[in-house]
Design a protein around this ligand. Sequence first.
Ligand SMILES: *[C@@H]1O[C@H](CO)[C@@H](O)[C@H](O)[C@H]1NC(C)=O
Ligand SMILES: *[C@@H]1O[C@H](CO)[C@@H](O)[C@H](O)[C@H]1NC(C)=O
Length: 192
Amino acid sequence: MAANSGFKLKHLLIFACLIGVASAQLSTKFYDKTCPKAVKIITKAVDDAVSNETRMGASLLRLHFHDCFGCDASVLLDDTSNFTGEKNSFPNANSLRGFEVIDNIKSQLEESCPGVVSCADILAIAASESVGALGGQRWNVALGRRDSITASLSESNSDLPAPFLDLSGLITAFSNKGFTTEEMVTLSGPNK
Ligand SMILES: *[C@@H]1O[C@H](CO)[C@@H](O)[C@H](O)[C@H]1NC(C)=O
Ligand SMILES: *[C@@H]1O[C@H](CO)[C@@H](O)[C@H](O)[C@H]1NC(C)=O
Protein backbone atom coordinates (compact mmCIF):
# COMPACT_ATOMS: atom_id res chain seq x y z
CA MET A 1 0.00 0.00 0.00
CA ALA A 2 1.36 3.44 -0.92
CA ALA A 3 2.11 5.80 1.94
CA ASN A 4 -0.54 8.18 0.68
CA SER A 5 -3.35 5.63 0.64
CA GLY A 6 -2.28 4.50 4.12
CA PHE A 7 -2.67 8.07 5.26
CA LYS A 8 -6.13 8.35 3.72
CA LEU A 9 -7.22 5.01 5.14
CA LYS A 10 -6.22 6.09 8.62
CA HIS A 11 -8.32 9.23 8.32
CA LEU A 12 -11.23 7.31 6.89
CA LEU A 13 -11.04 4.97 9.87
CA ILE A 14 -10.95 7.79 12.37
CA PHE A 15 -13.86 9.50 10.63
CA ALA A 16 -15.80 6.24 10.45
CA CYS A 17 -15.23 5.67 14.14
CA LEU A 18 -16.71 9.07 14.89
CA ILE A 19 -19.97 8.43 13.08
CA GLY A 20 -21.27 6.15 15.81
CA VAL A 21 -24.64 4.47 15.75
CA ALA A 22 -28.20 5.54 16.11
CA SER A 23 -29.86 3.80 19.04
CA ALA A 24 -29.37 3.81 22.79
CA GLN A 25 -30.83 0.29 23.20
CA LEU A 26 -28.26 -2.54 23.13
CA SER A 27 -29.38 -5.67 21.33
CA THR A 28 -27.77 -8.80 19.90
CA LYS A 29 -29.79 -8.09 16.74
CA PHE A 30 -28.62 -4.50 16.40
CA TYR A 31 -26.90 -4.99 13.02
CA ASP A 32 -29.15 -7.77 11.67
CA LYS A 33 -30.70 -5.45 9.07
CA THR A 34 -28.03 -2.75 8.64
CA CYS A 35 -24.94 -4.97 8.47
CA PRO A 36 -25.91 -8.65 8.56
CA LYS A 37 -22.37 -9.80 7.78
CA ALA A 38 -20.79 -7.83 10.62
CA VAL A 39 -20.23 -10.67 13.05
CA LYS A 40 -19.07 -13.02 10.29
CA ILE A 41 -16.46 -10.50 9.11
CA ILE A 42 -15.19 -9.95 12.65
CA THR A 43 -15.10 -13.68 13.42
CA LYS A 44 -13.04 -14.41 10.30
CA ALA A 45 -10.54 -11.62 11.00
CA VAL A 46 -10.15 -12.64 14.64
CA ASP A 47 -9.73 -16.32 13.70
CA ASP A 48 -7.03 -15.35 11.19
CA ALA A 49 -5.24 -13.11 13.68
CA VAL A 50 -5.32 -15.76 16.44
CA SER A 51 -4.18 -18.55 14.15
CA ASN A 52 -1.31 -16.32 13.01
CA GLU A 53 -0.38 -15.52 16.61
CA THR A 54 -2.12 -17.25 19.52
CA ARG A 55 -1.29 -14.44 21.92
CA MET A 56 -3.47 -12.05 19.89
CA GLY A 57 -6.56 -13.72 21.40
CA ALA A 58 -5.57 -12.56 24.87
CA SER A 59 -4.48 -9.18 23.51
CA LEU A 60 -7.88 -8.48 21.92
CA LEU A 61 -9.68 -9.52 25.10
CA ARG A 62 -7.48 -7.15 27.10
CA LEU A 63 -8.03 -4.34 24.58
CA HIS A 64 -11.78 -4.62 25.13
CA PHE A 65 -11.30 -4.76 28.89
CA HIS A 66 -9.17 -1.62 28.87
CA ASP A 67 -11.72 0.13 26.64
CA CYS A 68 -14.51 -1.11 28.83
CA PHE A 69 -14.18 1.05 31.79
CA GLY A 70 -16.26 3.08 29.27
CA CYS A 71 -16.86 0.66 26.38
CA ASP A 72 -16.83 3.51 23.88
CA ALA A 73 -13.74 2.79 21.76
CA SER A 74 -11.96 5.77 23.33
CA VAL A 75 -8.95 3.49 23.81
CA LEU A 76 -8.45 3.55 20.03
CA LEU A 77 -8.16 7.32 19.72
CA ASP A 78 -4.79 8.92 19.12
CA ASP A 79 -3.89 12.19 20.85
CA THR A 80 -5.34 15.35 19.28
CA SER A 81 -4.90 19.03 20.08
CA ASN A 82 -8.04 18.76 22.26
CA PHE A 83 -7.20 15.76 24.38
CA THR A 84 -4.46 13.35 25.32
CA GLY A 85 -5.64 9.83 24.57
CA GLU A 86 -5.47 6.65 26.61
CA LYS A 87 -2.86 4.78 24.60
CA ASN A 88 -0.03 6.06 26.78
CA SER A 89 -1.64 5.70 30.19
CA PHE A 90 0.24 3.52 32.69
CA PRO A 91 -1.99 0.47 32.19
CA ASN A 92 -1.85 0.80 28.39
CA ALA A 93 1.57 2.09 27.29
CA ASN A 94 3.76 -0.55 25.66
CA SER A 95 1.32 -3.29 26.56
CA LEU A 96 -1.94 -2.82 24.66
CA ARG A 97 -1.85 -4.79 21.43
CA GLY A 98 -4.14 -5.59 18.52
CA PHE A 99 -4.90 -2.12 17.18
CA GLU A 100 -3.99 -3.28 13.67
CA VAL A 101 -6.46 -6.17 13.91
CA ILE A 102 -9.26 -3.75 14.84
CA ASP A 103 -8.22 -1.33 12.05
CA ASN A 104 -8.32 -4.17 9.55
CA ILE A 105 -11.81 -5.23 10.72
CA LYS A 106 -13.06 -1.64 10.62
CA SER A 107 -11.84 -1.12 7.06
CA GLN A 108 -13.54 -4.35 5.91
CA LEU A 109 -16.78 -3.27 7.60
CA GLU A 110 -16.57 0.16 6.00
CA GLU A 111 -16.48 -1.55 2.62
CA SER A 112 -19.49 -3.77 3.44
CA CYS A 113 -21.65 -1.28 5.30
CA PRO A 114 -20.13 2.18 5.54
CA GLY A 115 -20.67 4.14 8.73
CA VAL A 116 -22.74 1.47 10.46
CA VAL A 117 -20.74 -0.66 12.89
CA SER A 118 -19.18 1.19 15.82
CA CYS A 119 -15.61 0.56 16.85
CA ALA A 120 -16.80 -0.08 20.41
CA ASP A 121 -18.95 -2.94 19.13
CA ILE A 122 -16.05 -4.30 17.06
CA LEU A 123 -13.93 -4.41 20.23
CA ALA A 124 -16.74 -6.14 22.11
CA ILE A 125 -17.38 -8.80 19.46
CA ALA A 126 -13.65 -9.32 18.87
CA ALA A 127 -13.17 -10.07 22.57
CA SER A 128 -15.83 -12.78 22.57
CA GLU A 129 -14.58 -14.20 19.27
CA SER A 130 -11.01 -14.25 20.60
CA VAL A 131 -12.06 -16.32 23.58
CA GLY A 132 -13.95 -18.61 21.19
CA ALA A 133 -10.97 -18.89 18.84
CA LEU A 134 -8.83 -20.01 21.80
CA GLY A 135 -11.33 -22.76 22.66
CA GLY A 136 -13.26 -20.88 25.34
CA GLN A 137 -16.89 -19.99 25.65
CA ARG A 138 -18.22 -17.13 23.48
CA TRP A 139 -20.92 -14.98 25.02
CA ASN A 140 -23.90 -13.14 23.54
CA VAL A 141 -22.72 -9.62 22.80
CA ALA A 142 -25.43 -7.00 23.01
CA LEU A 143 -24.63 -4.37 20.37
CA GLY A 144 -25.30 -0.73 19.66
CA ARG A 145 -22.52 0.99 21.62
CA ARG A 146 -21.67 4.48 20.45
CA ASP A 147 -18.11 5.59 19.86
CA SER A 148 -16.61 8.33 21.95
CA ILE A 149 -15.28 11.42 20.22
CA THR A 150 -12.92 12.08 23.11
CA ALA A 151 -10.68 10.16 25.48
CA SER A 152 -9.24 10.63 28.95
CA LEU A 153 -5.67 9.83 29.92
CA SER A 154 -6.37 10.65 33.56
CA GLU A 155 -9.45 8.39 33.80
CA SER A 156 -7.53 5.62 32.12
CA ASN A 157 -4.84 6.01 34.78
CA SER A 158 -7.24 6.28 37.70
CA ASP A 159 -10.05 3.86 36.78
CA LEU A 160 -8.33 0.82 35.27
CA PRO A 161 -7.35 -1.67 37.97
CA ALA A 162 -3.56 -1.89 38.35
CA PRO A 163 -1.90 -5.33 38.29
CA PHE A 164 -0.69 -4.87 41.89
CA LEU A 165 -4.14 -4.11 43.37
CA ASP A 166 -5.11 -6.33 46.29
CA LEU A 167 -8.51 -7.98 46.59
CA SER A 168 -10.28 -5.03 48.18
CA GLY A 169 -8.74 -2.65 45.61
CA LEU A 170 -10.01 -4.87 42.79
CA ILE A 171 -13.46 -5.14 44.33
CA THR A 172 -13.62 -1.34 44.62
CA ALA A 173 -12.34 -0.66 41.08
CA PHE A 174 -14.96 -2.96 39.56
CA SER A 175 -17.75 -1.92 41.90
CA ASN A 176 -17.13 1.71 40.81
CA LYS A 177 -18.21 0.49 37.36
CA GLY A 178 -21.26 -1.38 38.65
CA PHE A 179 -19.80 -4.89 38.84
CA THR A 180 -20.39 -7.29 41.73
CA THR A 181 -17.49 -9.16 43.33
CA GLU A 182 -18.58 -12.36 41.60
CA GLU A 183 -18.59 -10.58 38.21
CA MET A 184 -15.13 -9.18 38.94
CA VAL A 185 -13.77 -12.68 39.63
CA THR A 186 -15.38 -14.02 36.45
CA LEU A 187 -13.95 -11.19 34.36
CA SER A 188 -10.49 -11.44 35.92
CA GLY A 189 -10.02 -15.16 35.31
CA PRO A 190 -9.13 -15.20 31.59
CA ASN A 191 -6.89 -12.16 31.87
CA LYS A 192 -4.28 -13.84 34.07
C1 LIG B 1 1.48 -12.48 12.44
O1 LIG B 1 2.08 -12.40 13.72
C2 LIG B 1 3.32 -11.75 13.78
C3 LIG B 1 3.83 -11.80 15.22
O2 LIG B 1 3.89 -13.13 15.67
C4 LIG B 1 3.19 -10.33 13.31
O3 LIG B 1 4.46 -9.69 13.28
C5 LIG B 1 2.57 -10.29 11.91
O4 LIG B 1 2.30 -8.96 11.55
C6 LIG B 1 1.28 -11.09 11.89
N1 LIG B 1 0.76 -11.17 10.52
C7 LIG B 1 -0.51 -10.92 10.24
C8 LIG B 1 -0.90 -11.06 8.81
O5 LIG B 1 -1.33 -10.62 11.09
C1 LIG C 1 -11.00 20.43 18.82
O1 LIG C 1 -12.24 20.94 19.28
C2 LIG C 1 -12.79 21.93 18.42
C3 LIG C 1 -14.02 22.51 19.10
O2 LIG C 1 -14.90 21.49 19.53
C4 LIG C 1 -13.10 21.31 17.06
O3 LIG C 1 -13.63 22.28 16.18
C5 LIG C 1 -11.80 20.75 16.47
O4 LIG C 1 -12.09 20.07 15.26
C6 LIG C 1 -11.16 19.78 17.45
N1 LIG C 1 -9.86 19.35 16.95
C7 LIG C 1 -9.52 18.09 16.80
C8 LIG C 1 -8.15 17.84 16.26
O5 LIG C 1 -10.27 17.16 17.07
